[in-house]
Design a protein around this ligand. Sequence first.
Ligand SMILES: [Zn+2]
Length: 419
Amino acid sequence: MNCNRIVFFICITIAGKIMAQAPRQFQGQGPIKGVSTEDRPVQKQWKGLFSFPGSEVFFDNDFEGGRLNGVARINDSTFSALITSENTPVNESPWYAFKVWSKRPQAITIVLTYQQGIRHRYAPRLSKNGHDWLSIEGPDAKKIFETDSLPVEYRFHLTVSRDTTWVAAQELYTSRRVKEWVKVISRKPGVTVTDIGRTHAGRPVTLLKIGNPASKNRMLIIGRQHPPEVTGQLAMQAFIENLNGDEPLAKKFREQFLIYLVPMMNPDGVDEGFWRHNAGGVDLNRDWAAFNQPETRAVRDFLQKELGDKNNKLWFGLDFHSTYDDIFYLVDPKLNGVLPGFIPAWLDQLRERIPGYTPNVKPLYSEGPTYTSFSYLFKTYGTEALVYEIGDKTSRDFIQQKSKVAATALMEMLLQKVN
Ligand SMILES: [Zn+2]
């Protein structure tokens, strides 16, 4: 082997090592397939206190967002918690939330187990008050993008006492908490809150109007079609807080635009602790073609009334979600909406303004039925619409930073376009 060859092989070996170590980018989901969105039965969850003869440890799932379907005591200090979904087939987003305490302080082990075919996805978050949460894994938790690589169960240790510990898949962010947030947001002049319909189980579908109702320029933001997707909720709230802020840019934007916001599309699923569906047992973000469910119908009918023949223009639409890592799902950039090239230019601004960040982008709609909200908005109104997905484990600080930059760039760019 001559010298050049040796150098060549060393280079190949080093390159191979670097490639093996480099974190692979999340590939995003596959093409959206149509499924029936007719009502399907959902399993009622037993709610109450789980206790064991001779044990001083108690579990409880009887609160909004709670999910715990059974507890088995393995030995004095080990408990197996069974988590199951509202129905099947279902997305692999196994939400859980429960409280645990003990009459005397003691160390216990909890093993999270799931129904057949489902793997553990969400690292437990712990809270002492149900409001402030910390991940058991800390901020440097490894991100896993392939569900096949996830463990089938998850074992962790806790010291429990009379002082209740809350354990959940993500921060507990139920409709009660979103109502509190809406109350704060709506204190500002120019914000009105209305109900545009009722959910399958009769909860209100709440919509906020933010900005100038006399303006013909409109945009729509929705969130939480899928119950466990709390990081998307956090991103949406930070985004709106920037649009609704006191900076001159935000004030100017609100003079020239009216923002429609549905902060929680699926309060039934959230409050029942579901993994994916609404109380009709259906994935709402597959129902934007058939409109079998009251939540999607409420938004469709509202938009028809507001936009129909009134010459109002829905320039922009965002639907907030969560998945394994941050990603944006777009309409095929070859198709033109009301502002051709706008979304790629906006995402480019995120890359320029956030040091070290490159948006992960995947086109997910080009033709055919519009099962999802963003494709429905695009096809019906030409709206520049996309899905803003946040990773389950994305740092909560980065969520805030990204929302601020994204909202600021959006306001600047939309103002330029309409003036
Ligand atoms: Zn989702």
